[in-house]
Design a protein around this ligand. Sequence first.
Ligand code: FEO
Length: 395
Amino acid sequence: MKKLIKSNVYWIGKTDWELESFHGADYTIKHGSSQNAYLITEEKTVLIDTVWMPHANEFIKNVESEIDLNKIDFIVINHGEVDHSGALPALMERIPNLPIYCTASAIKSLTGQYHHPEWNFNIVKTGDSIDIGNGKALVFVEMKMLHWPDSMATYLTGDNILFSNDAFGQHFAVEELFNDESDTCLLWAEALKYYANILTPFSVLVKRKVEEVLALNLAIDIIAPSHGAIWRENPLSIVEKYYEWSKDYQEDQITIVYDTMWESTMQLAHKIGQEISRVSPATKVKIFNVSKTNKNDIMTEVFKSKAIAVGSPTVGQNILSSVGGWLDFLKELKFKNKKAAVFGCYGWSGESTKVLRERLTDAGFEVVMPEIKCNWVPAEDDFSKAAEVANALCD
Ligand code: FEO
């Protein structure tokens, strides 16, 4: 079923209430998601993006119930990832000569995934435009590394709609479609989680791209991303937030992440938390057992933090695999301008704090001294070091 966005522009995507994860299991989805595709029916009939492959038949049936497929003049593929291009093979089977407008990199990703080099590809670059009649045009803006090399956005003149693809999106099912009709608290939480867990590594490029787009002085009435709510009320609010988030964002918060074998390292985690609250009462403290809390939620809290403390006991001259796996993810996100402290208990050899220190340094954190390296179960001496760790993190 299509839904009106504005004038002759319709949403014709998939609201996916059952989706539980994204990028394999790398991103947990708690409030559904959507793959937003759009249909424009001016003098030219245009599709913008499609949906994920499992929904391809439903998508084509929906499009077909609105228009004769042979009346589609062309499709814009803003990004080749399968959640947006997945229905393309089925669509091309029905209308094989359909012109596809996309970036040069998108041809690589689409051909690599679907193996149809004969498709009618047409490369577009920033500033290129296509007249779609009735005084309107589509203007393309490359969005390289937001979040793939092939990503781009498409701007519809006249209606002033920016089809931004993944940028400004959220994994959030919003049947009502628009930000002003959605649960605003959840919407902003999901937008932040999306940025923190997917876009953080590209923050330098996000900042540059936002500056570039704002310098174009485009009138923007609506931002229509490829996931989640469409920004209709105050659409620039999400652009302003992206700009803020892109500049090594941090709040007065310290997040403590640990795992524990027999609760000794856990005791250190809680003591460090108490000492931070004592040393700096205004600082928000969050403490997570990495085995008991969703990793994306922890990462969102790390994104907001000025510093973190990471703890693990020593096991096999190393750290617990739960902490090790989480540190891999932490490194992938390329956080900048954050401090870290390390702590952990051991029975015999005691390598965990050294390993944590190396791993956090490698992930781009400024690892402070002192650390708490505790033999067996924490005693007064170990707990007293928590105040020094708190001071080093709050400094
Ligand atoms: Fe990069 Fe929504 O896919």
